[in-house]
Design a protein around this ligand. Structure first.
Ligand SMILES: [Fe+2]
Ligand SMILES: [Fe+2]
Length: 341
């Protein structure tokens, strides 16, 4: 008997959720009518506060936002969303009178993705929403790819009880060094994430070497050293992580050119990798390893000082020493405790 072929889909299609925010009921109803006809699942909010509550309860795929509203206006809502780590990816369309240049400029400054002129035009609405929802879908997939990598980085650590949370701490130290060096929050985020991913390539190193309870032979060490290029190889095809690649590839370069894999020296080593190298070395020195107990902080600090200008960038070592003086290690440990509690 022949089985009837059904139209199978790997993922059941879902109607995109569009949140319409306007204090005028007539506008909301009009937009809802248009949008439902286009196949969207529509939610309504009457002002800025209601809009933020609606987003917190259920993240929409797109938001149409009026500007003049009681309690909290549209520009403020847009600003708040665009400062949020994940909600900033929700596309926001500002609803404005077509000749209101001032509002448009304020909208751009607040991070709005697009505009829709009143009175609304059904065709324009269709085109703008389709484009933004397609971008939204792509962004979500990129996000998912990143999450897989971070899960992988944690899986690497799970193989080895000695390095548990090492990557997370390296990320936090690197982020702090970056901020003290004057880098902005976006670069700080990159340093944190690059720090978390720096040893991802260890996934390719056999247990017998990775977990060996004693010093490695030359041959084993050569294999161990491949983890930086292996990590880069794993991430190479993923466009969303290309920014971290220099950190992953070069975190074992030395300032005097004696490191690996490329024997880069001085400022030829990417800044992110120079920062991560200090964060990594510090955490490795003070943590227990299969073949030795961790060093005391005083001893680790004196090694850091004597390696400044040879193994590490001296200016960044100074910054890191100062951060240690002001309690960085305790702050990172506390943060980790609350994160894992
Ligand atoms: Fe490493
Ligand atoms: Fe490491």
């Amino acid at each position: 008997m022949q089985r009837e072929r059904s139209r199978a889909k790997l993922v059941a299609p879902r109607r995109p959720i569009v949140l319409v925010v306007d204090d005028m009921p007539a506008n909301r109803e009009l937009l809802e009518g248009y949008l439902e006809e286009l196949g969207y699942d529509v939610r309504q909010a009457r002002d800025g506060i209601e809009a933020l509550e609606a987003v917190a309860a259920e993240e929409p795929d797109l938001m149409l936002l009026d500007v003049d509203m009681p309690r909290l206006d549209g520009i403020a809502v847009c600003q708040r969303l665009k400062m949020h780590p994940t909600r900033r990816l929700i596309p926001v369309v500002i609803l404005t009178a077509s000749n209101d240049r001032e509002v448009r400029l304020r909208g751009i400054a607040a991070g709005a993705d697009d505009y829709l002129s009143k009175p609304f035009d059904a065709k324009e609405l269709l085109i703008r929403t389709t484009v933004l929802l397609r971008d939204r879908e792509l962004n979500k997939r990129l996000d998912a790819t990143e999450s897989v990598l971070f899960a992988l980085a944690r899986a690497v650590e799970a193989r080895d009880r000695y390095t548990i949370y090492h990557a997370e701490r390296v990320g936090r130290y690197a982020e702090a060094i970056g901020a003290a060096h004057g880098l902005d929050a976006e670069d700080g985020e990159l340093l944190y994430q690059g720090g978390v991913l720096h040893d991802l390539g260890k996934i390719a190193i056999p247990d017998a070497i990775l977990l060996k309870p004693g010093p490695l032979t030359d041959e084993e060490f050569a294999i161990m050293r491949t983890h930086s290029t292996e990590g880069e190889r794993i991430c190479l095809s993923l466009r969303s992580v290309t920014h971290y690649l220099p950190i992953i590839r070069h975190h074992h370069e030395r300032f005097d050119g004696g490191g690996y894999p490329d024997h880069l020296a001085g400022s030829a080593i990417p800044l992110g990798a120079r920062v991560a190298a200090i964060a990594d070395a510090w955490d490795a020195m003070v943590s227990d390893r299969p073949y030795r107990a961790g060093l005391g902080c005083d001893e680790a600090r004196s090694r850091l000082r004597s390696g400044a200008g040879k193994q590490w960038d001296a200016e960044l070592v100074d910054i890191f020493q100062h951060l240690l003086d002001t309690g960085l290690q305790e702050r990172v440990a506390r943060r980790q405790l609350t994160a894992t509690a």
